[in-house]
Design a protein around this ligand. Structure first.
Ligand code: HSC
Ligand code: NAD
Length: 725
């Protein structure tokens, strides 16, 4: 709602709709009523609009966009109503003024903000554009380049920057409300015409056309198939070409296009999914609501390789004092140098630089080869080689050295958490914290509980994710957990498609056109083919431990492709060796070009194994890769490894480059329609009966049999008995 109160001359309208004062229908109605009341009251000379609980407003109620009675529709006219008021209206911005919230403030004649406030038009991030005249007012206030940047990226800007841009008139260190009332009293009687943004011209640029053309190229490049940024651009362009009222009409048209595009639904689903996964629960009844985290005053990272370096960087950035440990001095020095380079780079990006991070202070970041230094830490993250025997040895040592309450985390990509925990005396303290490479950049933290992991340990890992500004997703223990387990069949299909006649660049192109930033073969070259090779050797799928006489293209009665192993045997590890699925300009090079050697090799391989090359169309590439991944997702849900499809989607969006505007793999399946996914899997499975990844999961079949229910109802169709845990 919006509360109306009248001081001696200034009426106060307070937006209140906890927790973020979203502009629901009821709030908008109350805002309109308040404005009309103030207008009708002759003793009121000015109006001040603020938000309850130190937040102005986070904008339109996002849940309202999917309801038949959309909440945002009335907002544009209300913003106009504010602007046309004959009494000055001042916005007092505390906390956040986002989306429709900022548009309300733009309708006001004056804006005053607390110095810690943030402002932005983040509609683009939920697949929309500012639809309450914001695309027309903002360029008039701060000019086209700055407005375009804010509207097409959705970035939140701090009050200090808003002041520089002219978005606010004043910033204050305290008592924003009082300052706003003082300002309102001061401006009573001053002409309002120059303060009405709709009446102002858009500031001219000497080369507006050229500027816009260049900006469009940039916006398109950064959009990766997402519609909203380009339509945001078009709305701002309309502001430069048309009078205000026509620009508003164009803004509304474009808004409707986005609203019905499907991408907006996917992005809004992703917004709420990310928040839903914070409310974690396990099948044994532990949950976020009852488990409390323990404090992490000091942490340790073991192993300063690719992952450890990034993890150290995250922890230092989160201001957690840290011990970084390596196996010997040579590796320690190598690791220390690499960590310092990363930290220097991060410090440059931050205000205050190295002093803020304080990483040269040994009390904040200590490097050692001595396990004894870990006696007083509250949490350890192990990131040594992916080898069970080594991990068990380390955990055994930790169990003896660390204090009994210390949380023992492993960054393993796939290994069994329970087996690692069995090497300790405190299995309840052992948990998987699976970071993604580069660990200081990727937002996902997959948190894996084992059979004995305590609720406190899970809550502490979730708290850690928050402190590191990551999205923590709690999942159960199985080979590859959720993310990598779903990735295995996807990669497997990509390789099978090569065997059957496709090329790496064709497969990558289809998946990049779908929206992945990088296709499976480019990804594999980047990560290094040797990583999977080592794992397959450990599993006895290839290498010296493979029993003699094993058929080349079969393992345990299932289809297997030795192609990646054969490439590794040739020393083709990907970018690091300059050759992999592609060729590169040099070892360590980044520009992938198709390699004629590989084409020749594939053709010989097919001849050797009597495979008839066939043309594989884009649809088959897309469906076999994606539907097999989704199929594994259904199996994971049925086994109780994740508590809902949102978890899988958040993992894929934040850890695997799944295009967010497609909402994650499970959401995507719901938009394709489960009957279609099932029918296609059945078709491919019949053609490839020796590929279990294509055999439709029982849960998928069940959901189709019960009539393809909406995603939010899926889990209710899992009977207790079918859940593994
Ligand atoms: C918009 O404003 C469109 C306008 O242009 C008008 C269009 C007019 C149309 C005209 C048609 C012609 N709505 O994130 P947190 C919930 S679009 C509903 O955990 P934090 C959130 O779900 C909107 N709910 O907290 C969570 O509840 P849950 C543009 C919203 O402190 C709770 O609030 N605005 C909501 O980490 C706390 O949120 C945005 O995109 C909303 N607008 O971050 C802003 N905002 O746990 C989106 C939040 O039960 N919001 N909730 O799920 C944010 O970025 C962050 O929530 C904040 C707070 C930075 C506000
Ligand atoms: P890496 O080979 O780059 O680094 C491992 C580091 O551990 C090396 O610096 C090594 O010297 C050190 N080490 C080995 N034995 C040690 C010991 N006894 N004591 C202290 N340090 C020791 O490996 P990585 O890629 O960083 O992977 C580490 C872990 O993270 C693995 O479990 C891996 O599966 C997992 N992981 C890797 C990635 C990735 O993309 N690289 C992603 C997610 C998870």
């Amino acid at each position: 709602m919006a509360q109306y109160a009248r001081g001696s001359t200034v009426a106060v309208i307070r937006l209140c709709n906890p927790p973020v004062n979203a502009l629901s229908r009821a709030v908008l109605q109350a805002l309109e009523d308040g404005l009309k009341k103030a207008d009708a009251d002759p003793s009121v000379k000015a109006v001040m609009i603020c938000g309850e609980n130190g937040k102005f407003s986070a904008g339109a109620d996002i849940r309202g966009f999917s309801s038949p009675e959309r909440s945002g529709g009335a907002l544009g006219p209300i913003v106009s109503l504010i602007e046309s008021s004959e009494k000055p209206v001042v916005a007092a911005i505390e906390g956040v003024a986002l989306g429709g919230g900022l548009e309300v403030a733009l309708g006001c004649h004056y804006r005053i903000a607390h110095m810690k406030a943030r402002m932005g038009l983040p509609e683009v991030t939920i697949g929309l554009l500012p639809g309450a005249e914001g695309t027309q007012r903002l360029p008039r206030l701060i000019g086209v380049p700055a407005a375009l940047e804010m509207i097409t990226t959705g970035k939140h800007i701090p009050a200090t920057e808003a002041l520089k841009l002219g978005l606010v008139d004043e910033i204050v260190e305290e008592n924003t409300i009082e300052a706003a009332i003082r300002l309102a009293n001061k401006v009573i009687g001053q002409p309002l015409g120059p303060r009405r943004l709709s009446l102002k011209p858009v500031p001219k640029l000497p080369n507006m056309e050229a500027f816009l053309d260049k900006a469009l190229v940039k916006v398109k490049k950064q959009a990766w198939g997402c519609l909203a940024p380009e339509l945001c651009f078009q709305a701002v362009r309309a502001a430069t070409e048309r009078p205000f009222a026509e620009g508003v009409r164009r803004e509304r048209e474009l808004f409707q296009v986005l609203l019905s595009s499907g991408q907006a639904q996917a992005l809004q689903y992703a917004f709420f999914a990310e928040r839903a996964v914070r409310r974690w629960a396990t099948p044994s009844g532990a949950s976020w609501s009852s488990a409390a985290p323990q404090p992490v005053r000091k942490a340790a990272v073991i192993g300063l390789g690719t992952m450890g370096r990034g993890i150290v960087t995250c922890l230092v950035k989160a201001n957690i004092p840290l011990v970084a440990l390596e196996q010997d001095l040579e590796n320690l020095n190598k690791g220390r140098k690499a960590v310092m380079v990363l930290l220097e780079r991060e410090a440059m990006k931050m205000e205050g630089g190295a002093q803020t991070l304080d990483f040269h202070n040994p009390a904040r970041l200590q490097f050692t080869v001595d396990f004894d230094q870990l006696r007083d830490v509250d949490l350890v993250i192990e990131a040594v080689f992916e080898n069970m025997a080594l991990k068990k040895e380390i955990f055994h040592k930790l169990s003896k050295i660390c204090k009994p309450g210390a949380l023992l985390c492993t960054n393993t990509s796939a290994l069994n958490i329970d087996e690692i925990a069995s090497a300790t005396n405190h299995p309840q303290q052992v948990i998987g914290t699976h970071f993604f490479s580069p660990a200081h950049v990727m937002r996902l933290l997959e948190i894996i509980y084992g059979r004995h992991t305590s609720p406190t340990a899970i809550a502490t890992a979730m708290q850690l994710a928050k402190a590191l500004k990551k999205v923590g997703v709690v999942v159960g223990n199985c080979f590859g957990f959720v993310g990598n387990r779903m990735m295995f069949p996807y990669i497997q299909q990509a390789v099978f498609l090569l065997e059957e006649g496709s090329r790496p660049e064709a497969v990558d192109q289809v998946l990049e056109d779908f929206g992945f930033k990088i296709g499976p073969f480019r990804m594999s070259d980047l990560a290094g083919l040797d990583v999977g090779w080592r794992s397959r050797k450990d599993q006895g799928l290839t290498g010296p431990s493979l029993p003699a006489g094993t058929p080349a293209r079969q393992r345990h009665g299932q289809r297997y492709s030795p192609l990646p192993d054969l490439l590794c045997e040739q020393g083709r590890f990907g970018q690091k060796t300059g050759r992999g699925w592609y060729q590169y300009e040099k070892a360590g090079g980044r520009t992938a070009t198709p390699d004629p050697w590989l084409l020749n090799f594939l053709s010989q391989y097919r001849d050797t194994h009597g495979i008839k090359t066939r043309f594989i169309d884009q649809e088959e590439i897309l469906e076999r890769c994606l539907f097999s991944l989704i199929n594994e997702g259904f199996a994971i849900l049925a086994e109780g490894i994740a508590s809902g499809p949102e978890h899988l989607d958040v993992i894929y969006i934040n850890g695997y480059g799944w295009p967010k505007h497609r909402g994650g793999p499970m959401f995507y399946a719901s938009t394709v329609g489960l009957p279609r996914v099932l029918a296609k899997l059945q078709k491919y499975s019949e053609a490839h009966p020796d590929v279990p990844g294509l055999r439709p999961s029982a849960f998928l079949k069940k959901l189709v049999a019960v009539g393809n229910p909406p995603l939010k109802e899926w889990m209710s169709y899992l009977s207790q008995q079918s859940s593994k845990l």
